[in-house]
Design a protein around this ligand. Structure first.
Ligand code: IDC
Length: 357
């Protein structure tokens, strides 16, 4: 009791000082004060969408310039975690998990990654009803918390999104008909086309899937993957799709993708390409190896500068560098710092110290 009182006093004092100097926003001053007395971080008592929730405050999003604008026409950036494959790590699709990500991690968005062709993927033997039920739970929790949510059709082993085009059309038809009245649902129609799949081929897929979504939800925000594991955004910039409200995916892994890919991004922005970094890691492109936090910080600075949205790979406790939880951490929410991996500690601090506009 005493300790709690003392902590509240300390936070108020620090907040007052920092707010008067105008250096910190309320959320970052709280983050700073909290960091003096690290977690276990409390999960708020009433995890529902309040008037101050991201969706309550920012409503429907639209693509404008390099990124998104909110319902007031102001630039708005989404930031959050991507799940790992939901078939493999379904335990993190809970209200408590998302609430921790919203309130303690200072994020406004969650990406639900559903592999299409890996083990138990949606098109490779996975139980489609169970996977859809997981997605629906994820959307329900995000909606309840007033968070944005991305439905990610996680093309990877299948390489070419056209391989499962029929299943993709049926899936997005069903999802967009369920969520046509939701302000917070975004559709990512192919995670990472790869292995020499051309931009023309991806465009032809997009032209068959986007109209399916738009028939139900004419203003839906849609993210389209680009060639070479979503790195070749320059090809999209030279020949963009003819639809409004579309963003092009750029993915980076900080220990692999450095200056040259940031330069490409700046060139594409100058050409007017809307971009969403729907996946990034602080380690190398294998999802493992060592982290390069110096490169990762340069990336986030650049993205913040242009108000380009981003989601970090991945929310799981797998024994790999890109998982943000320690392998021995079994908790699904309210993690303390020592329950996070090296990349987890870093990204947690980044989310908390970079103020959301
Ligand atoms: C990796 C996971 C790993 C899993 C593998 C499956 O981290 O645990 O076994 O997929 O193939 C991507 C992909 C993403 C990858 C990630 C790291 O979108 O699915 O996850 N990565 O390799 N693109 C670049 C890196």
């Amino acid at each position: 009791m005493y300790v709690k009182k003392y902590r509240v006093l300390l936070i108020s004092l620090l907040s007052a000082v920092l707010l008067t100097t105008g250096t910190f926003s309320i959320s970052t001053s709280k983050a700073f004060a909290d960091s003096l007395n690290p977690p276990p971080v409390p999960v708020s008592d009433s995890p529902s969408a309040t008037s101050s929730s991201p969706v309550a405050a920012h409503g429907n999003l639209h693509v404008d310039g390099p990124g998104l604008t909110d319902c007031h026409g102001e630039k708005y950036q989404l930031r959050g975690m991507s799940t790992h494959g939901i078939a493999w790590f379904p335990q993190y699709i809970t209200l408590e998990t998302f609430c921790t990500l919203r309130d303690d991690w200072n994020t406004n968005c969650i990406r639900l990654a559903m592999y299409t062709e890996e083990y138990n993927g949606y098109c490779s033997g996975g139980n489609q009803d169970e996977l859809k039920a997981l997605i629906q739970k994820g959307v329900d929790y995000a909606t309840e918390l007033g968070m944005y949510v991305i439905l990610d059709w996680h093309v990877l082993n299948d390489r070419d999104p056209n391989v499962h085009k029929t299943e993709a059309r049926a899936f997005f038809q069903e999802m967009s008909s369920l969520y046509k009245n939701h302000k917070n649902v975004l559709y990512e129609i192919c995670n990472e086309p790869n292995s020499n799949v051309t931009w023309d081929s991806i465009k032809s897929y997009a032209r068959e899937v986007i109209p399916v979504i738009r028939a139900n939800d004419p203003d839906a925000v849609i993210i389209v993957g680009t060639p070479t594991w979503s790195q070749d955004i320059h090809q999209a910039a030279s020949a963009p799709l003819e639809y409004e409200n579309v963003l092009y995916a750029l993915h980076f892994y900080a220990a692999t993708h450095t200056d040259w890919l940031r330069q490409r991004l700046e060139t594409c922005i100058a050409q007017g390409l809307p971009v969403f970094v729907s996946e990034f890691g602080t380690c190398d492109a294998s999802g493992n190896g060592s982290n390069d936090f110096h490169q990762a910080a340069q990336w986030l600075d650049l993205l913040d500068n242009y108000s380009i949205s981003y989601c970090c790979w991945n929310l799981a406790n797998k024994a790999e560098a890109s998982s943000v939880l320690s392998p021995d951490c079994k908790k699904i929410s309210g993690w303390s710092l020592d329950e996070l991996s090296e990349s987890g500690k870093w990204i947690f601090e980044q989310f908390r110290s970079r103020s959301l506009h």
